[in-house]
Design a protein around this ligand. Sequence first.
Ligand SMILES: [Zn+2]
Length: 93
Amino acid sequence: MPTIRQKIIDLLEEDAHDARDLSQTLRVPEKEIYTHLAHVAKSMNAKKKKLEILPFSCFSCGFEFTDRRRFTRPGRCPKCRDTRVEYPLYRIR
Ligand SMILES: [Zn+2]
């Protein structure tokens, strides 16, 4: 049986997914997905690959999060303070 982390790696190598997506597909709480992502990111160096966070934006003002390092979804937009922010997509390449 592949572990959850291995399944996450397989899914993200295939296509970009957000945490909500991964949570539903793997039946794991969204909160746990973020923990797994942090571990997956660390294990990527050995494989000479990288877990990327694709740019995502604020629904309200369109502010783009282009340099996000943390995997969790930001609580609010730094520009307009709105809490409606897109789910970031992750992928491995
Ligand atoms: Zn905003």
